[in-house]
Design a protein around this ligand. Structure first.
Ligand SMILES: [Zn+2]
Length: 196
């Protein structure tokens, strides 16, 4: 089950799920990354990238990976709408995801481990587990910090999604690779203008 580790508080649990959701979006969707065109994933590559993003080893088959890529596309739509300030659209999309995932609170324990709150029944398959878990975590963060912290990389030819955890909330790029790329381009442009 994706809801690990035992005993995590609710906020920590949702924050962890959000990170996983962003990893899934960036691994499986988008056209460009760090200035390069992304290869479209199929077959084994798709299965491997999906399992890696979710931390599920050996549990993802091709059908599940394809359905999880659809989930990633829907999550991207929600986060992109938020990054554009379109909160009503994002809430509508997310409510539809919650409906479709049949998410519901459910207490469950594995063996003699402590009881834990899940958002799917123990019989749910991998795809439904992740759909319900991620939709609930994004929804939980929605009323809190998420709408002001989600962004789309501002560098050209990169559409990675990020969540800005910094206090000042000044993040504009997905990471150092894109930040340095944009800085270098600006430096070269200045050099051209000041040339004799
Ligand atoms: Zn980027």
């Amino acid at each position: 089950m994706p809801d690990e580790p035992d005993g995590a508080n609710l906020d920590g649990h949702h924050a962890m799920h959000l990170e996983t959701g962003v990893a899934l979006i960036n691994a499986l969707t988008g056209e460009h990354v760090h200035g390069r065109r992304k290869a479209s994933l199929a077959g084994h590559d798709l299965v491997r990238a999906t399992a890696e993003a979710l931390g599920e080893n050996g549990q993802v088959d091709l059908l599940a990976a394809e359905r999880l890529r659809d989930l990633a596309s829907r999550l991207r739509e929600v986060l992109e709408a938020l990054s554009l300030g379109e909160h009503d659209d994002a809430a509508g999309l997310l409510n539809r995801m919650l409906d479709d995932s049949r998410a519901r609170p459910y207490l469950h324990r594995h063996g003699d481990r402590s009881w834990h709150l899940y958002f799917h029944s123990p019989e749910a398959g991998l795809v439904q587990q992740w759909t319900a878990g991620l939709a609930v975590s994004v929804a939980a963060a929605f009323g809190d910090h998420l709408p002001h912290r989600v962004g789309l990389c501002a560098a050209p030819r990169c559409d990675q999604v990020y969540i800005d955890a910094s206090q000042a909330q000044i993040k504009r790029f997905c990471g150092l690779a894109c930040q340095n790329r944009v800085k270098a381009a600006a430096y070269r442009a200045r050099g051209r203008h000041s040339a004799p």
